[in-house]
Design a protein around this ligand. Structure first.
Ligand SMILES: Nc1ncnc2c1ncn2[C@@H]1O[C@H](COP(=O)(O)OP(=O)(O)O)[C@@H](O)[C@H]1O
Ligand SMILES: [Mg+2]
Length: 267
């Protein structure tokens, strides 16, 4: 690893509770530098998993949160004007490829397809990145790997990955953990006791059953951690659940009632 990436090394272990054999599978994928796609609903641990794996493999991690205004230049780099004229600045993808980091493109479907295609030459056996404006061909460092996250729930014709993009990746499915595992996560991350965490998880499980029956997404682990953190600060559980679990996910009065009554069952 080179000095350029020292700031991107994760020195303290990010807490990650594994749910199946994803750690071993990812290690195998990294060992052959297979580009990886982490699929699953928002807030179920994908980002935390990548941070944990980068720490475990002792590789620097460069994360890019994708959005629809992002251009290929934002990933690859551009010429900047300064006092001495123009100077090339590598974008995060180029920096990772050149110096050997794991490049994590979070919520990749948020980016436009004409932006996403810049990763193509890096994700097949070429492992190259052409910098057209600069007239340079960057050969990826041996440690370089691309990881993307992808929420299949958002899938629509307008917002989906091209088939030619998908087929360059190995994929791991992520989902909300089982009750005991999720309880452990909420205890650790939210600072509440096991009994409280378990009740919060039960509320989420009720809500997840309503997915597709008027709810687009269930209550995520991330939301449970928020609710738990409020409770740990002294907020009454009922109010914490309303604010962190119910109000954010629906504006529909009937759905709010249904979720509020699930909350009152437990608190
Ligand atoms: N398996 C897990 N181990 C540890 N923490 C988790 C796990 N799953 C979810 N979390 C918690 O939920 C939060 C949201 O997870 P995150 O990785 O940001 O979700 P995603 O990237 O899938 O949207 C994390 O900050 C962490 O507190
Ligand atoms: Mg994420």
């Amino acid at each position: 690893m080179q000095d350029e990436l020292r700031d991107h090394l994760i020195t303290e272990e990010p807490y990650y509770q594994s749910t199946a054999d994803e750690v071993e599978l990812y290690e195998a994928a990294y060992s052959v530098r297979m580009p990886m796609m982490l699929k699953g609903p928002t807030g179920c641990g994908k980002t935390r998993f990548v941070e944990h794996m980068a720490w475990k493999l002792r590789k620097p991690l460069i994360t890019v949160s994708c959005n629809e205004d992002m251009t290929a230049s934002d990933l690859v780099g551009r010429y900047l004007l300064d006092a001495n004229g123009t100077r090339w600045q590598d974008g995060p993808l180029t920096q990772a490829a050149r110096h050997g980091a794991i490049c994590y493109l979070d919520e990749i479907v948020e980016a436009r397809q004409d932006t996403t295609v810049v990763i193509h030459p890096l994700t097949d056996n070429r492992r190259m990145l052409p910098l057209e404006k600069k007239g340079e061909m960057v050969e990826a460092h041996p440690d370089f790997q691309v990881v993307i996250s992808y929420n299949p729930g958002y899938q629509s014709l307008m917002k989906d990955l091209k088939e030619s993009t998908k087929q360059r990746f190995g994929a791991l499915d992520f989902n909300y953990p089982d009750h005991a595992t999720e309880t452990r996560i909420v205890v650790h991350e939210g600072g509440v006791n096991e009994d409280m965490a378990s009740k919060l998880v039960s509320v989420a499980e009720r809500a997840r059953n309503l997915k597709g029956h008027g709810l687009d997404e269930g209550i995520s682990t991330r939301m449970l951690v928020y609710a738990a953190s409020l409770i740990a600060k002294g907020v009454a559980p009922l109010a914490a659940c309303r604010m962190a679990l119910v109000r954010p996910i629906t504006d529909d009065p009937d759905m709010r009632d249904a979720l509020d009554s699930a909350v009152t069952t437990f608190f």
